[in-house]
Design a protein around this ligand. Sequence first.
Ligand SMILES: [Zn+2]
Ligand SMILES: [Zn+2]
Length: 351
Amino acid sequence: MATTERPRLRFRALRKSFLKAAPAQDSKNSVVSVCVEKQDDNASSSSKAGVLSTDVSTSIVLPKEQFAVLTPVVGPTLNLQITKIAVAPPKPGEVVVRIAWTGLCGSDPSFCVGPQPGFSGHNHIAGHEGIGHIVAGHDPALLNKPVAARYLTYSCQTCEYCLRGLPESCPRQLAFPKNLNGTFQHYITVPRHSVIQLPEYVFARDSTIHPSAYAAALCSGSAALKALRAAQPRTGAIIVVSGITGSIGHLVGLMAKHIYAAKVIGVDVKLKAEDPIVEKGDVCDRFIPVPECAEQEESFQQSIVKLCEDLRGQNNILVGADSAIICANRVIGFRNLTSYICDGGSIIIVG
Ligand SMILES: [Zn+2]
Ligand SMILES: [Zn+2]
């Protein structure tokens, strides 16, 4: 669902609050720490039960406690509390990931109310755009590997939904933060297969791309890419993106322009015309404010058709845009879509 904030700002805000809450030993350098479970046969019963060893020479021990953004009892209103909770040691097949960055998705607040079917009603921890490093586990080869925790961690690949390319609807799915507690905590202890490995360059010190930017790829970024793949734009195609300044919409615009070489007409509320990403032309070639009332709808549709004509140039016979990708969360964004899409075009609704 599109929102009026952009992820980059939210990452910073969230990171700031996490740093403030972090234990003293929680420095950034500990990302590369090795933490292993004691393996000797004389280990105490508590070690055998999975308690992390404190006397392994190569290890830096995980803290026993951490801070998390937690909803103690999920109810009808949002109730988030920064709370100290235990860091769970990994069982066989599990890893501990130290979260370096997490995005705040528009869905996270809604996951914290309800509870919704399948979600925990108690001690819920949201967050599904987390990236970090494996800092503990039973396989030394995995230590320090950069990984990501995203919403969908497992789908069966055999049900009707999976076979239709809709793993998000798989009834056998496992997901953050539905079946596993989410990334609004410093350390997540999760099955190894629930996190995906990232390329090393994500955390490269000399990279010009900040690591936090990759967190957006896990949810809003993948939604944007999936919408574009459904639209299958050709080079020079014209795509109308409704909700262009939202968290998904602006990524649709960026990818459409810079990856698909498409032309983008951005639609959003009038005051968003002054958004820097719109003014600089980063996300769209043209901007049209969404109609504020029913009387403005006809001129809005005509304006889009006229803009398409201008953007296509001479010798064009197509009328209207090739595709509309709707990332808006207001009803007005869904009205009369077929009136400005050319024959054979497509309408993609995200959400
Ligand atoms: Zn999300
Ligand atoms: Zn399935």
